[in-house]
Design a protein around this ligand. Structure first.
Ligand code: HEM
Length: 397
């Protein structure tokens, strides 16, 4: 495996390429640190050229500046990837389209609605822990973290059990696809999304997805392609992110010091959740496009250029966080940007936090002696934008 030093040396700081599959959970942090030291904004020549916003203060300011920094290319950075295909997913839209969609999409998962879901989430988690009790030896990722997000989302969207199962399988195939299988996996998943929306448009019921299909926002209904994009956003944006966050949390919690601190004082549960999100932010970066000549920090960026907001790097900035590389289960004032910031801040953040809190409580209650038994295997950087865990072998103890 490439060592940290040689990866940095080979690239140079102006060659940062998030699509490089040699990036790992270990070697990314020194790279970000060197970039922050270099400046608040560092230009990379990779992918046709783009600007990396590296430090906490500037990342927050840039995330707020949606007028000058468009999200039209949020999921792609670097000019060579750009296409003119219409973008209908919330994360890739700008106001006024963004405002319309966001209003409708966030309605069922606002903070005040969380009470409605907590029993259902607990039920799903307890079922999974029952299964793990029979296994004894288990994988934190495959046996616990992975099934949770789609189970929860399926319930919120109003999918019956069979549709939840189908959706879970298709999403799994989609996110694990390689070059050979990706065309089929994409095709099957999109076909499922289109079929689901068309079915709800023909026979709307009382469930949330049906209501979204017939909803009018500002006197206008959503088009079929907008609805498909919205469903896609729901199904995918909360999938790998929540899996990665739950897995990371259980990895940190398996450290006796952290576990004992929690058992001593369960009120630090929410701090453990936030510290996990800060130190192991699942989404490392999101893209923007400069709509005018702008200045970030003291660096001028010309109109039309591609910009990456390095959320994960910002969360390790020692100007904002004391001892940022240390997992502190009692960290206070933890204003991390793991959910982004500004108008595109994650709409699923309350749901994700609820999922994590429930898993934490139930896991420690049921298996207080659980521990990790082998080396965790990371995903490396996926799609140039997120990172998490493929496997964490464990035992209930
Ligand atoms: C720990 C779990 C999660 C993390 C770390 C996370 C992270 C993020 C981040 C960083 C953004 C901002 C993107 C940007 O600045 O361009 C975002 C946006 C978004 N997230 Fe999440 N997310 C999580 C869970 C979820 C869940 C559970 C859902 C759905 C139920 C969801 C749906 C979305 C959507 C639709 C957007 C786009 C919002 C917009 O553009 O206005 N996320 N998320």
């Amino acid at each position: 495996m490439q060592s940290e030093a040689s990866l940095q040396l080979e690239w140079g700081l102006n060659q940062f390429n998030p699509w490089d599959r040699r990036i790992t959970e270990e070697n990314i942090w020194p790279i970000y640190r060197a970039m922050r030291q270099e400046g608040p904004v560092v230009h990379s020549e990779a992918l046709g050229g783009f600007w990396c916003v590296t430090r906490y203060k500037e990342v927050r300011a840039a995330a707020l500046d949606y007028r000058n920094l468009s999200s039209g290319h949020a999921l792609e950075i670097g000019k060579q990837n750009w296409t003119d295909k219409p973008r209908t997913r919330l994360i890739e839209t700008d106001p006024p389209e963004h405002t319309r969609q966001r209003k409708a999409m966030q309605a069922p998962i606002l903070q005040k609605r969380m009470g409605e879901f907590s029993n259902g989430i607990r039920e799903s988690v307890v079922d999974l822990l029952d299964h793990i009790a029979q296994l004894g030896e288990f994988d934190i990722v495959a046996d616990l973290a992975e099934p949770i997000p789609q189970e929860v989302l399926g319930r919120i969207l109003g999918f019956d059990e069979e549709t939840r199962r189908r959706n879970r399988e298709l999403v799994r195939k989609f996110v694990h696809a390689d070059l050979e299988t990706s065309e089929d996996a994409h095709g099957d998943f999109w076909a499922f999304l289109i079929e689901t929306i068309q079915d709800r448009l023909r026979h709307p019921g009382e469930d949330f997805l049906s209501q979204l299909c017939i909803a009018e926002v500002d006197g206008q209904r959503f088009s079929e392609s907008e609805l498909v994009g919205m469903l896609h956003g729901f199904a995918l944006a909360g999938h790998h992110t929540a899996i990665d966050a739950i897995s990371s949390m259980l990895l940190h919690l398996s450290d006796d010091e952290v576990k004992f601190a929690y058992q001593d004082d369960p009120s630090i549960g929410t701090q453990i959740v936030e510290e996990t999100l800060r130190i192991d932010s699942p989404i490392h970066l999101e893209g923007r496009t400069a709509m005018a000549d702008i200045v970030i920090g003291d660096v001028g960026i010309p109109a039309g250029e591609s910009v990456a907001l390095l959320y994960a790097s910002a969360n390790h900035d020692d100007v904002q966080f004391e001892n940022p590389e240390e997992f502190n289960p009692k960290r206070s004032a933890n204003q991390h940007v793991a959910f982004g910031y500004g108008i595109h801040m994650c709409i699923g953040l309350h749901l994700a936090r609820l999922e994590m809190n429930v898993v934490l409580e139930e896991m420690v209650k049921r298996f207080p002696s659980y521990r990790v038994t082998g080396s965790p295997r990371g995903t490396g950087m996926v799609f140039g934008h997120h990172m998490g865990w493929e496997s964490i072998p464990a035992t209930i103890g």
